[in-house]
Design a protein around this ligand. Structure first.
Ligand code: GDP
Length: 460
């Protein structure tokens, strides 16, 4: 997602590199490029206009920074504006003072609501809550079963209408749905919330019905449920792949159910994604979460600032750290913590396994950016080609076990041997050793200074 937008913007910024001063025509042509990139990415026209106007005003204004060169200034301005159209501050669930907090899900059929229900429940559980899922999507009998499967995967209970009642006394829903509906979603939602109260679940997630296209009945039903259960949050789930229709759909749901937040689903897809980017700006509602796959863990809190830097390819270090948290298992984390506390213990083998773990998680640049000691090298690394990692790996593999644990003893002849063994110049081995020493130092500092925020099992 967003790769082509990202590539386009990066290319635009490249043209500015090396300019000592930005003229009005530099600014104009940059803005023209940005505008085209956004439109090609399906960003809605009013949002594009607002965006480019903001960038132009600031780029031509008095914002001259001594610390940044002109290209960097433009990147910073574009980044700030991007953060702002994505909703500014990060916002997640606001919990009710008196539990249970009730979260209602709304969206088109196929948007990913049911899948999201499981992910959200799993995430809430991970945050120490005791969620329960309520199956109020009674349009499709399958939806209830699907929610039960999802709940099982997330390890969270599901409240569903008794199957005996299907087609029974509730055969006509509140919207006069008649035979297509097999229960009253309002009654089920209320009963679910009551159950949560009795069994001390502090969050209730109510999954409601969707249809293939926005229609008045669906909206009325959702509005009726909203009015009846007074949820604390109404999350509108939208498929990031649906293109320009996103804006219209979001507006219809805003009018219909007045949602409090947005969840972008299928962000793992390769759609252009711009329409999804328009939703926060058009509706004025924050994007709270992103759904990024079919697995229950493929779910993230949406951070406008991090998403902006991801789009601008500035390395999404914080998200990577969070992912690292999940990817590292506990024993590995404890081992790392131990090593963090003792500089000498951090060996080339750790260095390699860290790199391998991080390589799994994302692009090389952002990966190295978050490695201890590598952060400061970001500028140099910006021009790094991906083969660099392979070369580093080859060099470490050419070291003996003794050398991997005693880096200070790698003298000239050992360096020459390592270089020969891995097919690189001695200068590259020197550079690696320098880098490694930096990393060790950084480890020590981090251990003293309280650790990397968010790293697993790390102090602090
Ligand atoms: P609902 O009708 O809104 O409840 O949508 P579902 O939860 O049933 O999802 C519709 C389809 O999209 C299913 O095949 C899901 O597996 C798939 N899906 C949901 N979320 C994601 C996601 O984040 N990424 C991908 N790749 N697929 C998803």
């Amino acid at each position: 997602m967003f790769t082509s937008l990202s590539d386009r913007l990066t290319a635009t910024f490249k043209n500015l590199r090396g300019k000592g001063r930005l003229t009005e025509s530099d600014v104009n042509s940059t803005i023209r490029d940005i505008r085209l990139a956004l439109l090609d990415a399906d960003v809605a026209l009013p949002v594009v206009k607002q965006f480019t106007a903001g960038v132009r005003e600031r780029a031509l204004g008095a914002e001259v920074s001594q610390a940044l060169n002109p290209a960097q200034q433009v990147v910073k301005i574009v980044n700030d504006e991007l953060v702002s159209i994505l909703g500014g501050e990060t916002r997640t669930i606001q919990y009710a003072k008196n539990p249970p907090t009730v979260i209602m899900l709304a969206g088109l059929q196929g948007a990913g609501k049911t899948t999201l229900a499981g992910k959200l429940a799993y995430w809430l559980k991970d945050q120490g809550h005791t969620p329960i899922l309520v199956a109020a999507d009674l349009q499709r009998p399958n939806a209830v079963t699907q929610l039960e499967v999802v709940g099982e995967r997330a390890g969270v209970p599901v409240f569903a209408p008794e199957r005996g009642n299907i087609g029974g006394h509730d055969a006509v829903g509140p919207t006069g749905e008649g035979t297509r509906s097999f229960g009253d979603p309002i009654a089920v939602s209320r009963a679910g919330i009551e159950q949560a109260r009795q069994k001390q679940h502090d969050v209730v997630i109510v999954d409601t019905a969707g249809r293939l296209a926005v229609d008045a009945d669906l909206m009325q039903q959702a509005a009726n449920i909203r009015a009846a259960i007074q949820p604390d949050e109404v999350l509108f789930v939208i498929d990031a792949m649906i293109g320009q229709a996103a804006v219209e759909t979001a507006q219809a749901f805003q009018e219909g159910v007045d949602f409090t937040g947005v969840v972008l689903s299928k962000l793992d897809g390769d759609a252009r994604g711009g329409a999804a980017l328009s939703v926060a700006s058009i509706t004025g509602r924050p994007i709270m979460f992103a759904s990024t796959g079919e697995n229950v863990k493929d779910f993230e809190v949406f951070h406008p600032d991090r998403m902006a830097s991801r789009i601008l390819d500035m390395g999404d270090v914080l998200t990577l750290i969070e992912q690292a948290e999940r990817a590292f298992d506990r024993s590995q984390a404890e081992e790392m913590q131990r090593k963090f506390l003792a500089e000498e213990d951090f060996t080339f083998d750790d260095f390699l396994s860290q790199m391998a773990a991080l390589k799994k998680m994302g692009g090389l640049k952002s990966m190295l950016g978050m490695m201890p000691g590598m952060g400061q090298m970001k500028a140099q690394l910006d021009n790094l080609d991906p083969k660099e990692f392979d070369r580093i790996e080859a060099m470490v593999r050419s070291m003996t076990p003794f050398e991997r644990t005693h880096s200070k003893q790698i003298n000239g002849s050992r360096r020459a041997r390592i270089a020969k063994g891995s097919g690189v110049q001695v200068s590259e081995v020197n550079a690696l050793l320098e880098r490694f020493t930096e990393a060790q130092k950084m480890m020590k500092q981090l251990a003293r200074g309280g650790g990397i925020p968010g790293m697993p099992g790390m102090p602090g």
